[in-house]
Design a protein around this ligand. Structure first.
Ligand code: PLP
Length: 441
C-alpha cells in the first residue's frame, strides 16, 4: 500500500470535468504522487505517463528546478495585483519567452489556461482591427473538429459537436473551414499527410461569401490535438497563411498543445515553417504545475494599441491572476529545465524511434489508422457499431489496469508522453498497448 492518502470515502460532492462521473465513482482511478515519467496510484502502482498528464507535463513530473522555484516564490511574494502594478518575475518571464518565439513576435499577454488564451487572442484580433480603423472586421473563422477550450468564444470557433450542441446559440459571426481528416487518402501516413492542402482553398470561398472587410481572424490548431491528433496536410498551413495575407486577415495558431516541444521545436513554426500573427499557449508553459497561459503577438499588433493619452488603459482585458508570481516562477523553472535538458528539441531526436514503435501496431485488431509527428501519436480504432467511443474507452481502462496512462477521444487513442521519455519506456508503452489492443472486443 502507498504511504500517501487513504481514498476519500465520499466522492459525491465533486462534479468532475469531462468525465463519465458515475462510471468513475463506481471504480475510481486516483493518483496520489508523481515523479519523472510515472504516476503513483492510491493502491501503490507505478503508472507510465503516456500523455504528459493532459498534454501538459512536458518536462515530466516532480522536476527539481520547477519544484524549488515554486516553493521559494510562494514564501517570498505570493500574489501581486495584476492591474496597474507589477512584479519582477512577470517581466523576466515575458522577456525569456520572447527569446524563443518566432522573430517579430516580442510581446506576451498572460492568462491562466488555454481557454483564456483563446478568448484573449480572439478579442485582441477584433480590437486590433478596430484600433486600426477597420471596425467592421469582427467575423471569426474556425475549423470543423477544432478544439479551442471551453469558453464561449472557444466553443464558437471550435468544431467539436458535443462541446457545442448543449450551449445555445454561441457567438454570432463565426464560420468554419472544413476539417482535414481523410482516412481514405491518408491512412497510416508517417508524418504529415500528403493529401488535403487544397482544403485551405475553402477560406477563399468563405471570404467570397462574407467579404474580407468583415473578417478579423482565422484560428486553427497547427496540429489538431483534442479531436484525435490530425496532422496538417503538406502545404496546408502555408496556403492558409497566403490567403490570410492576401485579405488582411489575422492568422491565429492555437499552440496550447503544440507549444513547448511537442513537435520538436519551441512552437509549430519551428516544425512546419509557417508563422502566425498571434499564438495562444498554456499547458507546457509551466509543465502543468501551476495553471498559466500566454498569448504572443506580433510587434505591430501590440504597437497598434499603444496610442492615445498615456494615462489611459490601452486594452480593456486581463485576469486577476494574469502573471501570478507563483505561476511565473513555475514557468521560469520550466524554461530552465527545458534549456538545461534540451527538451524543446528532444521530440525531433526521438521521433524516428517513436514513429517506428507506434506504426508497429498496424495490423492489430480494429486499428484503422495510425498517425504521428514529433512526440505525438494516435491510433484510430473502428468504432463498435451503435456504441461510438466505447471501444477506445475500454482500451483506456485496460491500459490503466496494466499501469499505462493513455488518452482517448472518440475512438482514437492519443499519445503524448513527457519529453523526457527514454527509448526503453517507449518500448514498454507500446508493448503494453499491443497487449491491450489484442484483447479488445
Ligand atoms: C488547442 C487547445 N486550445 C485550448 C485548450 C484549452 O485549454 P484549457 O483546458 O487549459 O483551458 C486546449 C486543451 O486541451 C487545447 O488543446
Amino acid at each position: 500500500m502507498s504511504q500517501y492518502v487513504a481514498r476519500p470515502n465520499n466522492l459525491e460532492a465533486f462534479w468532475m470535468p469531462f468525465t463519465a462521473n458515475r462510471q468513475f465513482k463506481q471504480t475510481p482511478r486516483m493518483f496520489v504522487a508523481a515523479k519523472d515519467m510515472h504516476y503513483t496510484t492510491d493502491d501503490g502502482r507505478q503508472v507510465l505517463d503516456g500523455t504528459a498528464g493532459l498534454w501538459c507535463c512536458n518536462a515530466g513530473h516532480g522536476r527539481p528546478k520547477i519544484v524549488e522555484a515554486v516553493q521559494k516564490q510562494v514564501g517570498e511574494l505570493d500574489y501581486a495585483p495584476a492591474f496597474q502594478l507589477g512584479h519582477p518575475k512577470v517581466f523576466e518571464l515575458a522577456s525569456a519567452l520572447v527569446e524563443i518565439t518566432p522573430p517579430g513576435m516580442n510581446h506576451a499577454f498572460f492568462t491562466n489556461s488555454g481557454s483564456e488564451s483563446v478568448e484573449t487572442a480572439l478579442k485582441m484580433a477584433i480590437a486590433y482591427h478596430r484600433v486600426k480603423g477597420e471596425g467592421s472586421r469582427t467575423r471569426l473563422i474556425g475549423r470543423e473538429r477544432g478544439y479551442h477550450g471551453v469558453n464561449f468564444g472557444g466553443i464558437s470557433v471550435g468544431g467539436i459537436v458535443s462541446n457545442r450542441k448543449m450551449f445555445g446559440t454561441l457567438l454570432g459571426g463565426v464560420d468554419h473551414l472544413p476539417h482535414t481528416h481523410d482516412i481514405e487518402r491518408n491512412a497510416f501516413t508517417r508524418g504529415l499527410p500528403e493529401h488535403g492542402a487544397e482544403l485551405a482553398e475553402d477560406l477563399e470561398r468563405i471570404v467570397a461569401l462574407h467579404d474580407a472587410s468583415t473578417i478579423a481572424a482565422v484560428i486553427v490548431e497547427p496540429m489538431a490535438g483534442s479531436t484525435g491528433v490530425l496532422m496538417p496536410p503538406v502545404g496546408y498551413l502555408k496556403r492558409l497563411r497566403e490567403i490570410c495575407d492576401k485579405h488582411g486577415i489575422l492568422l491565429i495558431f492555437d499552440e496550447v498543445i503544440t507549444g513547448f516541444g511537442r513537435l520538436g521545436g519551441a512552437f509549430s513554426s519551428d516544425a512546419f515553417g509557417v508563422v502566425p500573427d498571434i499564438m495562444t499557449t498554456a499547458k507546457g508553459l509551466t509543465s502543468g504545475v501551476i495553471p498559466m497561459g500566454a498569448v504572443f503577438v506580433r510587434d505591430d499588433i501590440h504597437d497598434a494599441f499603444m496610442t492615445g493619452p498615456e494615462h489611459l488603459i490601452e486594452f480593456f482585458h486581463g485576469y486577476t491572476y494574469s502573471g501570478n508570481p507563483v505561476a511565473c516562477a513555475a514557468a521560469l523553472g520550466t524554461l530552465e529545465t527545458y534549456r538545461e535538458e534540451e527538451l524543446l528539441t528532444r521530440a525531433t531526436e526521438l521521433a524516428p524511434y517513436w514513429e517506428d514503435a507506434l506504426h508497429s501496431l498496424k495490423g492489430l485488431p480494429h486499428v484503422i489508422d495510425i498517425r504521428n509527428y514529433g512526440l505525438i501519436g494516435a491510433i484510430e480504432l473502428e468504432p463498435i457499431a451503435g456504441e461510438p467511443t466505447k471501444r477506445a474507452f475500454t482500451a483506456f481502462l485496460k491500459a490503466f489496469e496494466k499501469n499505462l496512462l493513455i488518452r482517448t477521444t472518440g475512438d482514437i487513442i492519443a499519445l503524448s508522453p513527457p519529453l523526457i521519455i527514454s527509448k526503453a519506456q517507449i518500448d514498454e508503452l507500446f508493448d503494453v498497448l499491443k497487449d491491450v489492443l489484442r484483447t479488445l472486443d
